[in-house]
Design a protein around this ligand. Structure first.
Ligand code: AMP
Length: 435
């Protein structure tokens, strides 16, 4: 009996060429933009102590209460207690842990760090929502004396994000922003919200009934249509902000106005992680369907202290790279006529004795920067042509004659033109073909 096929685990997937070309394009564009804004890369471990997320993201959040991949690590000596470890569901807590651990604040400068990598959440998979997904994110944090609380940092980050989306030619996004208040004024709002929820909660969905108890802010996130009219009657966070938070938010908006960055104020944008303070934001895209958030982020002025570190206000974001790629694919499908991604040439040895000399020629051409697909001397001429036509824009025939004379036959698949080219001119001739 044939063995059962083993498939990728639900909610995970393989990324294959040519899609991975798009991933590389997205990642290299992000790296270029981050460098332009003077960010440096940080790579933190993929798993961390579970406590980091429990304390940093919040016990009551959906992420920590339901979605983490956690296990007891038994690899330590028998005498030691097993350690609870978790695959990172997000990267901000890890970056802040590293900031504290390596005393990055000691430099007295702002730390501007970006990361690119996989995150893990046990969510119900659907289009744009996976259990292993990829985030491209950045954090700006540091001691207050470095200006880490300045609204300029918030505005600069948002402006950078619009530049990244423009550079990727992603159109049709909407930037939603809000302020969720500081550590001191947010509890007042949460109290007001609790009070306002009491008489109406019975009419709301079961999730809201749970949230009203555990984390009332999350009621504002509810998408259930029947709950929307009730939510509209709830107090707004903007009315509970203290003067300092109001001024901070006004300064962020003013800087965005001056830069011409378009945004919408969305008083219901609270986001799912507990550590946010003051500015929160989300970029959405209509083309994504139900999972329409391209990226999200916000300020987390108290997070470092929650993790036992020094005061180190900061702001960050995470882009769902899977969703960026989905958006680009949809845009490309609309443009339809993208040229196929082909090698410059297919080098066809005509006989197995020519395999090794052909490898040597391929090495020479590749070292000159050409993209070469090397054929197989056991193929008949017809098969070499058929294969070459699928993989490359032109074919180089490498037979006994060519080896002796050093003159190669090169055929351009697009126009059928066939030319003879001396070995020393091959690189120039192959490069001159239009892409
Ligand atoms: P968060 O870390 O929840 O603030 O999410 C930031 C961004 O990551 C979201 O706007 C999404 O683009 C992306 N994201 C979050 N969860 C998932 C997931 N399960 N699958 C794909 N992308 C996700």
């Amino acid at each position: 009996m044939a063995e059962k096929i083993i498939r990728a685990v639900r909610g995970t997937r393989d990324l294959l060429p040519p899609e991975t070309e798009l991933w590389n394009h997205v990642e290299s564009t992000a790296r270029r933009i981050f460098t332009r804004y003077n960010f440096g890369e940080i790579r933190t471990p993929i798993f961390e102590d579970t406590q980091l997320f429990a304390r940093g993201v919040g016990e009551e959040t959906d992420i920590v209460s339901k979605e983490m991949y956690t296990w007891e690590d038994r690899s330590r000596a028998q005498s030691e207690k097993a350690q609870s470890l978790t695959l990172r569901p997000e990267n901000t807590a890890g970056v802040v842990r590293a900031y504290i651990e390596h005393q990055l604040g000691e430099s007295g400068l702002l730390q501007k760090l970006y990361y690119i990598g996989p995150q893990f959440r046990r969510e119900r998979p659907q289009k744009g929502r996976y259990r292993q997904f990829f985030q491209i994110g950045a954090e700006v944090m540091g001691p207050q004396s470095a200006g880490s609380e300045s609204p300029l940092r918030d505005a600069e980050m948002l402006e950078m994000l619009t530049s990244l989306l423009d550079e990727l030619a992603i159109t049709g996004w909407t930037l939603n922003i809000n302020s969720v208040g500081s550590a001191s004024d947010r509890p007042l709002y949460v109290e007001a919200l609790r009070k306002a929820l009491q008489p109406v909660i019975g009419r709301m969905c079961v999730d809201c009934q749970r949230r009203a108890e555990t984390n009332p802010l999350r009621v504002l996130d509810c998408k259930v249509p029947e709950d929307q009219p009730v939510i509209e009657t709830l107090p707004r966070i903007a009315d509970s902000l203290d003067d300092a938070s109001k001024a901070h938010f006004a300064a962020v908006c003013a800087a965005l106005d001056i830069c011409g960055v378009p945004y919408q104020r969305n008083h219901r944008l609270v986001r799912g992680l507990d550590y946010y303070t003051r500015t929160t934001f989300e970029f959405t895209h209509g083309g994504l369907g139900a999972q329409n958030a391209l990226l999200g982020g916000g300020r987390y002025d108290g997070l470092s202290e929650m993790l036992g570190g020094p005061k180190a206000p900061g702001i960050g974001f995470a882009i769902g790279a899977d969703r960026l790629v989905l958006t680009l694919q949809a845009q490309q499908a609309e443009q339809a006529s993208l040229p196929p991604d082909l090698a410059d040439a297919y080098l066809a040895p005509m006989g197995v004795v020519l395999d090794a000399p052909a490898l040597s020629l391929a090495r020479e051409l590749r070292r000159a920067g050409l993209r070469i697909d090397l054929g197989d001397g056991s193929f008949r001429l017809k098969k070499s042509f058929e294969t070459g036509n699928k993989l490359a824009r032109q074919i180089i025939l490498f037979g006994e004659d060519e080896q002796q004379s050093g003159i190669f036959t090169v055929k351009n698949f697009a126009n059928g033109e066939q030319t003879k080219v001396a070995r020393e001119h091959l690189v120039t001739a192959l490069k001159s073909i239009e892409k």
